[in-house]
Design a protein around this ligand. Sequence first.
Ligand code: CP
Ligand code: NVA
Length: 306
Amino acid sequence: MRHFLTLKDYTKEEILEILELGLKIKKEVKAKELNPRLAGQTLAMIFEKSSTRTRVSFEVGMYQLGGHALFLSNRDIHLGRGEPVKDTARVISSMCDMVMIRTYEQAMLEEFSRYSKVPVINGLSDSYHPVQLLADFMTMMEHGKDVNPIVAYIGDGNNMTHSWLMLAAKLGFELRIATPKGYECDPAVIADALYLSEQSGAKIIIGNDPKSAVLGASVVTTDTWISMGQEEEKAQRIRAFEGYIVDEALMALALKDAVFLHCLPAYRGVEVSEAVLEGEQSLIFDEAENRLHAQKGLMVWLDKHR
Ligand code: CP
Ligand code: NVA
């Protein structure tokens, strides 16, 4: 049985297999052909943080696959009142066929998965957001940006950046990261990515200059400067990130046919300008929709690998 807690645990072949499966299921859905691959199965969705896309895509995805999803906010279940993770894991996994968790600490996911009898999916932690990267790469595949891409990530060294590091390191493409000083990625994640890059041939460039990162890039991406749980740092972060907005002037340095990605929610005029977000190069809504298709591929793949 496999869990999906970080892309670090997956090979290039496995990641591509999940995406191909997701694309196949997407084609079927678009042709109004629903195949109940997970008929009668139940997905428990534990949320310790807010969500629009993750909740809707997993719930709709499970329904379309013939199964059912349960929304469990930690404000409503005993986990939020101190019931141990290991007890919650054993109870929920004795009744459900798969579990998706959105939480703070990656360690909580690891502990849950150690006690779970069923596959556990990371629906975002402070460290990683791997399901988002499945949707992002699926979008790149559909727009012809998956072959030798140069991806520029501008902004905070956060869960999204860490996930881009893992994806680049596994698939072997060029990733340039520009963060403000003091907001760099976790050095341990960078070290892992650099180590994996030696085998995959990925080129990872880490710096503090958005312009040199974007120059000649085929994909430009960013994320909020204030992640969930960092609300109190808002004023300080807005000051520290001055000059890191992805606007038209910055996009103009990328390749002419470069695309823009953002996992959303986006804050207009903060990390990205309205013109870029709503502009022709922006694929943000295809990317959001692909959460549904990529995660269906993932759930079916995990079911096959029990
Ligand atoms: N991108 C993403 O995970 O969105 P939600 O927080 O709305 O789930
Ligand atoms: N980095 C953001 C991603 C939101 C989908 C956060 O953790 O809040």
